[in-house]
Design a binder for this molecule. Structure first.
Ligand SMILES: NC(=O)c1ccc[n+]([C@@H]2O[C@H](COP(=O)([O-])OP(=O)(O)OC[C@H]3O[C@@H](n4cnc5c(N)ncnc54)[C@H](OP(=O)(O)O)[C@@H]3O)[C@@H](O)[C@H]2O)c1
Length: 231
């Protein structure tokens, strides 16, 4: 039986991004979603992983609008004007490792810590966008050290938190979700426009997965198709 009851209230974190804004658009039009809140670096309240205190402040500030039955965190980074994904070990720097770990692991981990408190204890789902390239078992091509490692570490945080939550909030599921290759700012320099799908299509597939999630799916790493991915 699906965990998410209807109607539900949703919160999208990183709603300025391609996938985040697509989720907000879909949820606004969804007949079973009675309220959707989107937050990002420029929203009020805001969430900025370069200011980790904003995570606590915003979670506290949103408490009066909760509980939420669905929370989706779409924040993530792959490249910046200062660095590109590493092709070789020689390219690895402390700067790229620390920036990607801050945005892809530490920020989302603290978001889990503070935002699980906003989840409806009766029936809720919190998904954090990860990436299949964060799968250690599936790593065949190498490269992209910092991004892969930051998403692998994120996956471990989600899995560990899901085990704890099964004891404290057994009707709330936490999952890591892979969107597939999607046309976005993040994927653009790596052929995302050509290889990827429109964000709305990817978000629609992922929403179907989220709406069908069962309690036993908590602690899984799932693809947009619903397929279970290896850690
Ligand atoms: N696109 C793909 O092919 C693909 C594939 C696998 C996984 N993913 C994952 O999917 C998620 C969404 O990616 P996307 O493709 O939608 O990328 P995107 O369009 O670049 O969106 C990224 C989002 O993250 C936010 N963000 C970046 N750095 C931040 C920081 N320091 N603090 C707070 N927010 C920050 C951005 O905010 P601003 O608007 O303020 O910059 C934006 O809302 C990411 O977690 C990514 O790793 C994407």
């Amino acid at each position: 039986m699906p965990l998410l009851a209807t109607p539900f209230r949703a919160l999208v974190i990183g709603s300025s991004g391609s996938i985040g804004s697509a989720f907000v658009n879909l949820l606004q039009a969804h007949p079973d979603c009675e309220h959707v809140v989107g937050i990002h670096r420029q929203s009020m309240p805001s969430i900025d992983y370069d200011d980790l205190a904003s995570i606590t402040d915003t979670a506290n500030g949103l408490a009066s609008q909760g509980p939420f039955q669905l929370i989706i965190n779409t924040i993530g980074v792959l490249h910046s004007e200062h660095f590109s994904p590493e092709k070789r070990l020689e390219d690895l720097t402390a700067d790229s490792l620390s920036t990607l770990f801050n945005t892809n692991t530490i920020g989302p981990a603290l978001t889990l810590k503070h935002f699980v408190k906003l989840l409806d204890p009766q029936h809720s789902v919190m998904a954090t966008l990860s990436a299949k390239v964060g799968s250690i078992e599936d790593n065949r091509l190498g490269g992209w050290y910092s991004y892969r490692a930051s998403k692998a570490a994120l996956n471990m945080i989600i899995k560990t938190a899901a085990i704890e939550l099964a004891r404290t909030k057994p009707n709330a599921a936490l999952i890591a979700l892979h969107p597939g290759t999607v046309q976005s700012r993040l994927s653009k320099p790596f052929g995302g426009e050509m290889k990827g799908r429109p964000a709305l299509e990817a978000a629609s597939d992922m929403l179907n997965v989220l709406l069908a999630l069962e309690k036993s799916d908590s602690g899984s790493f799932l693809s947009y198709s619903g397929e279970k991915l290896p850690w």
